[in-house]
Design a protein around this ligand. Structure first.
Ligand code: PGA
Length: 254
């Protein structure tokens, strides 16, 4: 089955509004006219409105890096789904390992956030992946199965097709030590198996699963021909327009 590839850039806690505007301008110019692939950028909350406005009517999707699971109210410091939508953004990253690791987000929270995002019509990217010690103990599959099953608890058959997954082994994020193509394929293939077990293998074949962890233009070709890898979630290398556009063009090269 042919799934549309997707390359997304997670800007993390980088880019004040002036820098975000420059990066968005450069991306608009460099990525103009590229088709056959979805392209997304995930700026910090503070830059969402301006970047979404700047990239309106382009081929670039804009989304947030996190969202609160509640509708509104006394949740100091949180950002709701409606607030994200009101910036003109249409997507959101959930369950990133930095949220899980540094801010103690657990599987139940990620499940609530996913339900809230889907209810609002935001297109979510759900991140999963194992720690180095879990990999070394042979726990890859049990960790992925737990993360996926809990994230998808109560999600409907209709909604599963709107969810993009990112397999991001924690040991590969920001370390410069990208996963080998066989590690990436193994993780993404297993995620597809779990989705198939929960829903149906046909549904799982429709799901897009990205690899993330130290992706750059020099290694993107290792992933593009893999059967179960449908694109990449890029961190550090998405902060330079030239490098990010090279990654996208690198994916499209046959
Ligand atoms: P990295 O980050 O590309 O800087 O390793 C990936 C991610 O956190 O999504």
């Amino acid at each position: 089955m042919k799934r549309k590839p997707y390359i997304a850039g997670n800007w993390k806690m980088n880019c004040t509004n002036d820098k975000a505007a420059i990066l968005a301008d450069e991306l608009k110019e460099k990525l103009d006219g590229i088709s056959g692939i979805d392209i997304g950028v995930f700026p910090p909350f503070t830059a969402l409105s301006s970047v979404a406005e700047n990239l309106k009517n382009t081929n670039i999707i804009v989304g947030a890096q996190n969202m609160g699971q509640y509708e509104s109210g006394a949740y100091t410091g949180e950002i709701s789904g409606d607030m994200i939508l009101s910036t003109g953004s249409t997507s959101v990253i959930l369950g990133h390992s930095e949220r899980r690791g540094y801010y103690f987000e657990n599987d139940e929270m990620i499940n609530s956030k996913l339900k809230a995002a889907l209810l609002k019509g935001l297109n979510p990217i759900v991140c999963v992946g194992e720690l180095l010690e879990e990999k070394e103990k042979g726990l890859l599959k049990s960790v992925l199965r737990r993360q996926i099953s809990k994230a998808l608890d109560g999600i409907s058959k209709q909604d599963i097709s709107k969810v993009v997954f990112a397999y991001e082994p924690v040991w590969a994020i920001g370390t410069g030590k990208n996963a080998t193509s066989s590690d990436a394929e193994e993780g993404c293939q297993f995620i597809r198996t779990v989705i198939g077990d929960i829903f149906h293998p046909t549904r799982a074949m429709e799901s897009r699963i990205l690899y993330g962890g130290s992706v750059k233009s020099a290694n993107i070709s290792e992933y593009r021909s893999l059967e179960n890898v449908d694109g990449a979630l890029v961190g550090g290398a998405s902060l330079k327009a030239d490098e990010f556009s090279k990654i996208i063009k690198g994916w499209l090269e046959s």
